[in-house]
Write a protein that binds this ligand. Structure first.
Ligand code: NAI
Length: 325
């Protein structure tokens, strides 16, 4: 049997946590041959709920779940973690300004980055989900100077999956046939869904659809504002689809994307003029536990404008939290 993988999950008793943990333990994320140890972090007041979640995990009798524990101490939760999924974050409360939310979360992710730096595996792969995910990932990365910066990523896969499904619906083709769809930038309505390179059965998707008005005025806003549409319809933010995207993103990062393009928010290496270190969604492929940004794609005027817009938002967020770093 393989060595168990230690997976820390924060916000473990929240909605996403509840949709995520059972899928990790069942082997959906790392495969049916990889045992896992779940290290759950949540606030002190959520520890009883965490015991309840663990009772249910136990009642599933998952063969791959070899151990688990819950704690409110990040240094306990992150001890020797191979993978850390940072879901727990401060939600926006009534009357809270965006900048207050940024500050409140910056404190959480600075503390968690420092704890990862101190106790996690030196190769820990970190996926930040709690919003604002890209900036929180940046803060955690900056707070963990002894860990490889490239291992701090933000969840952008939900945006990719949403964008794919909408294209499948429009073209009438199965999701699995659509390749090379790119999402650039921030996990926010400013992100840029770029379908210029997308293909379906080797034909160019943009040419098949041939409707730029639909693309600009329907598709882009629909994908960008999907999160709000779900809150409006469900009364709660996306949880099962977010958990599914976490499973997809970590699966591909660890196991590989089979040469398919996927999107993750990663610290920029300067590609496409994005300043180094900013956690930005890029198209990439993954192999042997490493990701490689797809380089040298042509960027036309419209794309550059959209990339500039989402970058400007990330720069603003970074400026707002810079005093904490
Ligand atoms: P939730 O409110 O149901 O759960 C959050 C959990 O985090 C709670 O159990 C809470 O006690 C815990 N928590 C809060 N502060 C913590 C801390 N300092 N340490 C450990 N745990 C802490 O929220 P939900 O629906 O699970 O969403 C979590 C986050 O994920 C939110 O920030 C949400 O905006 C974000 N999100 C991000 C998506 C993405 O694509 N990047 C998609 C959907 C949600």
């Amino acid at each position: 049997m393989k060595k168990p993988v230690r997976i820390a999950v924060t916000g473990a008793t929240g909605q996403i946590g509840y949709a995520l943990l059972f899928r990790i333990a069942s082997g959906d994320m790392l495969g049916k041959d990889t045992p896992v140890i779940l290290q759950l972090l949540d606030l002190p007041q959520s520890q009883t709920a965490a015991q309840g979640v663990m009772m249910e995990l136990q009642d599933c009798a998952f063969p791959l779940l070899v151990d688990m524990f819950a704690t409110h101490d990040p240094e306990v939760a992150f001890k020797d973690a191979d993978i850390a999924i940072l879901v727990g974050a401060r939600p926006r409360s009534k009357g809270m300004e965006r900048s207050d939310l940024l500050q409140a979360n910056a404190e959480i992710f600075a503390a968690q980055g420092a704890a990862l730096n101190k106790v996690a595996s030196r190769n820990v792969k970190v996926l930040v989900v709690g919003n604002p995910a890209n900036t929180n990932a940046y803060i955690a990365m900056k707070s963990a100077p002894d860990l490889p910066a490239k291992n701090f990523t933000a969840l952008m896969r939900l945006d990719q999956n949403r964008a794919l499904s909408q294209l499948a619906e429009k073209t009438g083709k199965p999701v699995s046939k659509i390749k090379k769809l790119c999402i650039w930038g921030n996990h926010s309505p400013t992100m840029y869904t770029d379908y210029r390179f997308a293909t379906v059965e080797n034909e160019n998707v943009a040419e098949i659809i041939n409707d730029q008005d639909w693309y600009i005025n329907e598709y882009l806003p629909k994908v960008g504002k999907r999160g709000s549409a779900i809150i409006e319809a469900r009364g709660l933010s996306s949880a099962a689809s977010a958990a599914n995207a976490i499973i997809d993103q970590i699966h591909d990062w660890v196991i590989g994307s089979d040469d398919e393009w996927v999107t993750m928010g990663v610290p920029s290496d300067g590609s496409y003029g994005i300043p180094e270190g900013i956690v930005f969604g890029f198209p990439m492929t993954c192999k042997n536990g490493e990701y490689t940004i797809i380089k040298d794609l042509p960027i036309d005027e419209f794309s550059q404008e959209r990339i500039n817009q989402t970058l400007a938002e990330l720069k603003e967020e970074k400026a707002e939290i810079s005093s904490l770093l």
